[in-house]
Design a protein around this ligand. Structure first.
Ligand code: MN3
Length: 200
């Protein structure tokens, strides 16, 4: 099988109280695992088995229409969650470095300007999707949301921070209170990883 479920890298209860243990257990062990196995099934026996997940999403339009949607949904699901687990920080709140803070200020006016734009993207995504901070081709930063499991790589951008706003990501703890989940997310962002994603 070309793709495998990555380890979380921390305990399932490590993000309490911001993200509850039961949600983490189901989200990683069932939802993410499901995307991985469905992605593997979709590309089984095709030349795509030799592609990286990034290549699949960047070149999505070139994929055989018979399996393209399956790769879009499940490949996106695999890539999005793999990023998500890494940018969460069980050690608690961190702040961007001085250098990255000035990048955020340059692109969004201030840290609060970034937070506001990102939070709005997350809150206003109707139905299921993701909010993103992306690095564009010219290295500028942008924040927007995508539907379902669509990944910014397909749009020509590199995702460096993402927030899952599917109900499966927050409903057990927050029910209909998506804004509270979004606000709490800012207490568990691992900015060191976000900055490494920017520099990669
Ligand atoms: Mn999810």
């Amino acid at each position: 099988m070309p793709f495998t479920l990555p380890e979380l890298g921390y305990a399932q209860d490590a993000l309490e109280p911001y993200i509850d243990t039961e949600t983490m257990t189901i989200h990683h062990g069932k939802h993410h695992a499901g995307y991985v196995s469905k992605l593997n099934a979709a590309i089984e026996g095709t030349e795509l088995e030799n592609s990286s997940i990034e290549e699949l999403l960047i070149h999505l339009a070139d994929i055989d229409p018979a399996i393209r949607t399956a790769v879009q949904n499940n490949g996106g699901g695999h890539a999005n969650h793999s990023l998500f687990w890494k940018i969460l920080n069980p050690a608690g709140k961190t702040d961007p470095s001085k250098g990255f803070m000035s990048l955020l200020e340059k692109n969004f006016g201030s840290f609060d300007g970034f937070k506001e734009e990102f939070s709005k993207a997350a809150a206003t995504r109707f139905g299921s999707g993701w909010a993103w901070l992306v690095k564009q081709a010219d290295s500028s930063l942008k924040s927007y949301s995508t539907a379902n499991q669509d990944n910014p790589l397909t749009l020509g951008d590199t995702p460096i921070l993402g927030l899952d706003v599917w109900e499966h990501a927050y409903y057990l703890k927050y029910q209909n209170r998506r804004p509270e989940y979004i606000e709490n997310f800012f207490s568990i962002i691992n900015w060191e990883v976000v900055e490494a994603n920017f520099s990669a």
